[in-house]
Design a protein around this ligand. Structure first.
Ligand SMILES: [Zn+2]
Length: 323
């Protein structure tokens, strides 16, 4: 992999390559774009290009530096990420210590602060000092899908780079042709991820259709919900969010069919017939209520409220219709 091989972010990549070629790169960047669009991937490729031992226009992918970054073992390329529920001051203090050391072998040390909106106020304040006086041999790249949650004092010190999703049909053909996925998997992944290549690639190894159908069936068909399906103690919040994302696509599909949308744009087109039957079981207002309830549950998770009761309510409202 190298920058030029990343599909669907041509504008961003051309901008970054041009900034290196013209010696115009900034000491800190803020990569903004939806979750799973490839921001961290591009940040790592940028680190490779900055430090590649042989290439000038793009990273060679085979030199010592490129290989170490590929394996996440380069001593001068650091990824700072959420530690528990947030990025804490200790994580940023470690970054401060590392950034003031001489590089071990890199031309530019690179620090990637992943999902920087998770920095708590203390951590953000500490980072601000580093951003104000950045060491010359280092680059800091913050990534975020929630730019409004980044302190403006921090955002204003970074060069902003905007990432976007790619066209869903285009992503589907990329998954089929470049990643050799089957047609049904490619369709589902491109619709489910709403054109986010990074997320689609992260999910592509899973038995994706089987898994999402199990999650849907578990929710709508069984009277006794599997014990730990939505149990906060047993599952982490990201798993619950993932399950909710899948349920959301299910009810969204029923809603689209009620609106007369073509079945080709259903996320769950592998269950087209079942969805067509179900559309008459639901009133539009039921569907709206269910989708609002799912959105409420996301909010509960954000605020550390156990969503179990909300989910049980949601389920009793829905499973009768599926019998
Ligand atoms: Zn290289």
């Amino acid at each position: 992999m190298s920058l030029k091989n990343i599909i669907g972010q041509d504008k961003v990549i051309n901008f970054l390559i041009a900034s290196i070629n013209n010696d115009m790169f900034a000491s800190s960047y803020l990569f903004i774009g939806p979750d799973g669009v490839g921001k961290t991937l591009v940040a790592k490729e940028f680190a490779k290009l900055l430090n590649c031992e042989t290439a000038s226009l793009d990273a060679c992918d085979i030199c010592n530096s490129c290989m170490k970054i590929n394996k996440n073992i380069h001593p001068d390329v650091h990824v700072v990420e959420k530690d528990g529920s947030d990025i804490k001051i200790d994580n940023i203090r470690q970054l401060e210590r590392d950034i003031h050391l001489k590089p071990f072998e890199a031309r530019k040390k690179v620090f990637i602060v992943k999902d920087a909106h998770f920095m708590n106020a203390e951590a953000a304040n500490a980072l601000l000092k580093t951003l104000e006086e950045p060491p010359k041999d280092s680059i800091i790249i913050l990534t975020t899908s929630y730019p409004h949650r980044i302190f403006s004092t921090i955002a204003s010190r970074c060069r902003k780079v905007y990432f976007s999703s790619i066209d869903i049909e285009k992503l589907s053909s990329i998954l089929e042709n470049d990643f050799h996925l089957g047609k049904a998997d490619s369709h589902y992944l491109s619709y489910f991820t709403e054109g986010r290549l990074g997320k689609a690639v992260a999910l592509k190894e899973k038995e994706i259709l089987g898994e999402k159908n199990m999650i849907i069936d578990d929710f709508i068909n069984s009277e006794n919900l599997r014990q730990n399906f939505f149990d906060l103690d047993a599952k982490n919040k990201d798993d619950i969010r993932y399950n909710l994302d899948i349920l959301m696509t299910w009810f969204r599909d029923i809603m689209l069919l009620k609106c007369g949308i073509d079945t080709a744009s259903l996320v769950n087109s592998d269950r087209r017939k079942e969805l067509l039957d179900l559309k008459n079981e639901y009133k539009m207002e039921d569907l709206l209520k269910i989708m609002h309830r799912i959105l409420d549950t996301y909010t509960m998770l954000d605020y550390n409220i156990n969503p179990k009761f909300s989910l049980e309510f949601l389920r009793t409202k829905t499973w009768e219709k599926h019998r």
